[in-house]
Unconditional design. Structure first.
Length: 398
């Protein structure tokens, strides 16, 4: 498939999805749960003012999730909150009364018994689920799609999970995990929602909101634009929902970025026919964490009503984003970002620098006054691949 940029704009109707479940009062409670973990620390918001000047915009802010819980990625926020919520429900306790200390107490452990959490992942989500299961003294099983990095597999196993790389694509690995959950009585922890499986994906989205709330509280000024990379769309939906709830009719312009090979949200937005439009096959892209073919239905409900643009982007844009973030202009702080974490930033940097994409720049209303917020959702979680891309300019995997 030819690598190229494509964009579609969505017009929103008057009837919109209720954002109460992603509102600031809700997310403050979610953040309080995360703060109860001894390892919690707010991740930094990097200000790349000199890089912004080089690119011709007002300012750039990057939320650096490589510092999250020592796991090098944001994903643990969703899994840990969803797993905590599941255990709270099982114990008959309101989530507001449950925290790390309560869930790890011997009385809670005895009341819960042995539970196995299962998930499918390219790496970051599975590591977060495995880490949380170990923290809460439970078990985990993780299935990974074909082409997953060995380093990511070993990081998951190091957290005590039973983990393996399958010969399936991501969406089929999700189906495998779900079959195992149904047959063995395990608990499925996935951010992809479908009919009959919506509570846990909704809790995962709320968990991601901690990252957004931190960024909102750290920002010294209101952003004019937010660019969000997407796989199934749950993170993008969570951040879109939170900031739309925070700012209402004055919300920033929000654009969703996907790889050409796995642009299920872009295709769904382009069709605009009320149906989800999955991508099938191997979905070969360096943006491994975004190689998801089936949209999260809950995430899409938010995105269709509140996101303004959907971008389908080539792999070289993500690679460029990794290099610029790692080598910013002047004295700007470095952000070590993996291929999925740098996707949105890379897409915007290419749009700003490439005269052939000037029409996209104009449509997005990017100019010298733009203040842009990005979320670098992972660090170098596959260090060999990171070096190949940043040092050698090659894309050896996927």
């Amino acid at each position: 498939m030819e690598q190229k940029f494509a964009m579609v704009a969505l017009d929103h109707g008057t009837q919109k999805t209720d954002l109460t479940f992603l509102s600031k009062p809700v997310e403050e409670k979610v953040k309080a749960y995360h703060q109860s973990f001894p390892v919690y620390q707010e991740t930094p918001l990097a200000c790349l003012q000199e890089t912004a000047r080089e690119l011709g915009v007002g300012n750039i802010y990057v939320k650096d999730e490589s510092y999250r819980f020592g796991l090098n990625a944001f994903k643990v926020l969703g899994g840990s909150y969803a797993m905590g919520h599941y255990l709270a429900d099982r114990l008959g306790k309101p989530m507001e009364e449950v925290d790390y200390r309560f869930l790890t107490a011997e009385a809670s452990r005895k009341a819960l018994g042995d539970i196995t959490f299962v998930t499918a992942t390219d790496g970051n989500h599975g590591r977060g689920v495995a880490w949380t299961a170990r923290q809460l003294r439970q078990k985990s099983v993780v299935y990974m799609p074909e082409g997953s990095a060995r380093e990511r597999l070993e990081n998951i196993r190091a957290e005590g999970a039973e983990a393996s790389i399958t010969d399936l694509n991501y969406d089929d690995a999700v189906r495998l995990a779900n079959r195992q959950a149904e047959e063995k009585g395990w608990v499925m922890v996935q951010d992809t929602a479908w009919e009959g499986y919506e509570s846990i994906p909704r809790w995962i989205m709320q968990g991601y909101g901690t990252m957004g709330l931190e960024a909102y509280e750290q920002l010294p000024e209101k952003p004019t634009h937010i660019f969000l990379q997407a796989g199934v769309g749950s993170m993008a939906g969570a951040i879109t929902g939170l900031f739309s709830s925070l700012y209402g009719s004055e919300k920033p312009i929000i654009a969703i970025v996907e790889p050409n090979a796995a642009d299920c949200l872009f295709r769904t937005a382009r069709a605009h026919d009320g149906k989800l439009h999955p991508v099938t096959g191997s979905m070969r892209t360096i943006m491994a964490g975004l190689a998801c073919g089936e949209p999260c239905s809950i995430g899409w409900q938010v995105l269709k009503d509140y996101a303004d643009f959907f971008l389908s982007c080539p792999d070289y844009a993500a690679a460029q984003g990794m290099r610029i973030l790692g080598n910013p202009a002047g004295g700007d702080p470095r952000v070590i970002s993996g291929e999925s974490g740098a996707a949105a930033f890379g897409a915007v940097s290419e749009i700003l620098r490439n005269p052939e994409l000037h029409s996209l720049k104009e449509q997005l209303q990017l100019d010298q006054d733009s203040r842009i917020l990005f979320f670098s959702t992972e660090g170098a979680t596959d260090q060999e691949n990171y070096r190949h891309i940043v040092w050698d300019g090659t894309y050896p995997r996927k």
